[in-house]
Ligand binder design. Structure first.
Ligand code: ACO
Length: 373
């Protein structure tokens, strides 16, 4: 049997930084101290007007490919975990597949909100373990900022935008050791963006359009999140036959520092083994865990042989956890040729994409002529 091993990683955040004082300056009834003390967040990155989720996903994916020293065409499957896709259809993953030159790879989106990336890791692992795929690009990318009501102090201070990616590849040694995922749709209304789907239609059809702002019952999500993050982590720790003291790094979803600390305490983990960067990014939804993985690697917190537990929760309500044995070497620096090669490859992919569109157009014209004749 094959295992799924993390072989590459990458992240991207947009360039606009919003610090807590900006909310006070824009007249929101809040304070820097409230936001920092109740959430642990000090700043977040927000997308520009012309930056779609796929734009961020492609940049994170390119970094991951270069870390794994792989070409886009070696990827069999692209999974993008997102609840803020570019369009209702096609999938964001298909757009990413084309731009990365992952020629012919399967491509699909997964929506499990903030839990999406760990869900996607789980699905990708299944594909590799069953022998259906060899190399899978798993991306978590979200820009929840475009669904925020900037007058709602309960929600707008919490979220940031970004993308993170890993390459999972088939290997003879683990890898992903165990995983779990679950959901409880009775809590669907606790955290929701009601509009934009089939329940409330924006084009009329006799139904009232719903608002497309994110709404949340913060205290209820908070209570549920600490319980679920703990039980999901306990499940994967037990099914990997690990003891809590054998966990080298715990990487929880970065939503609120108080949730992270409460979960770590329930699990009995040494605070030094708990990774947090919510202070600098806010809650980046599906991107939060892969961004945290990249930062933990950058900070030298992950070594070959380490046992790492990832847990996440989100709208749905949904949750997922994974236990990983880290096996990929962490290179000191990349070859200087990698960015050059990648820029060449993405240009080739863009040209190929244009040629295919032209080919389809010509095919349609020829078909029409033949029909007329
Ligand atoms: N500034 C000042 N006061 C505020 C703010 C703010 N930004 N936000 C809320 N308050 C007020 C409330 O209105 C309330 O006032 P009241 O007592 O007069 O009614 C008071 O502060 C306390 O409000 P609570 O909601 O009880 O505050 P709490 O300590 O629970 O913190 C928070 C709120 C930060 C939202 C917390 O509940 C939380 O983090 N919940 C979980 C959120 C989360 O993790 N979401 C996951 C998203 S995952 C995904 O799928 C997208």
């Amino acid at each position: 049997m094959k295992y799924a091993q993390i072989a590459g990683w990458g992240m991207y955040v947009p360039s606009t930084v919003i610090t807590n004082d900006a909310f006070v300056r824009m007249g929101l009834d809040t304070s820097e101290d409230w936001i920092t003390s109740r959430t642990g967040i000090e700043q977040r990155f927000l997308v520009g007007l012309d930056e779609a989720t796929s734009d961020m996903a492609v940049k994170a994916g390119l970094h991951a490919l270069s870390m794994a020293e792989m070409h886009g065409r070696e990827i069999d499957l692209v999974i993008v975990a997102t609840c803020t896709p570019d369009h209702v259809m096609p999938s964001t993953a298909a757009i990413v597949q084309n731009r990365l030159g992952a020629d012919g790879a399967g491509a699909l989106d997964i929506n499990a909100a903030c839990a999406g990336f760990v869900y996607a890791l789980n699905m990708a692992t299944g594909q590799i373990e069953s022998g259906r795929a060899t190399n899978v690009l798993v991306i978590g990318a979200d820009e929840l900022s475009i669904y925020l009501n900037w007058k709602d102090r309960n929600t707008c201070i919490l979220f940031g935008d970004g993308a993170g990616a890993v390459i999972l590849k088939a290997s003879d040694e683990p890898g992903i050791m165990s995983s779990t995922m679950g959901s409880d749709g009775s809590g669907a209304g606790l955290l929701t963006i009601p509009g934009g789907g089939s329940r409330f239609r924006t084009n009329g059809n006799g139904r009232k359009p719903a608002n497309s702002y994110l709404t949340m019952n913060g205290p209820q999500v908070f209570r549920w999140a600490t319980q679920m993050m703990t039980s999901a982590a306990e499940r994967v720790i037990a099914s990997s036959s690990l003891k809590p003291e054998e966990i080298d790094l715990f990487i929880p979803h970065q939503a609120n520092l108080r949730i992270i600390e409460a979960t770590a305490k329930r699990l009995g983990l040494d605070p030094e083994k708990v990774f947090a960067n919510v202070d600098r990014y806010g809650n980046t939804s599906a991107a939060s865990i892969p961004i945290a993985i990249c930062e933990a690697l950058d900070q030298g917190l992950i070594h070959v042989g380490d046992n790492i537990v990832l847990t996440s929760f989100g709208a749905g309500l949904s949750w997922a956890a994974v236990a990983v044995r880290w096996t990929a070497p962490v290179p000191e620096r990349r070859s200087p040729w990698v960015p050059f090669r990648q820029s060449l490859e993405t240009r080739v992919a863009a040209v190929r994409s244009v040629l295919r569109r032209q080919q389809r157009r010509v095919g349609t014209v020829i078909d029409e002529r033949l029909r007329r004749d």
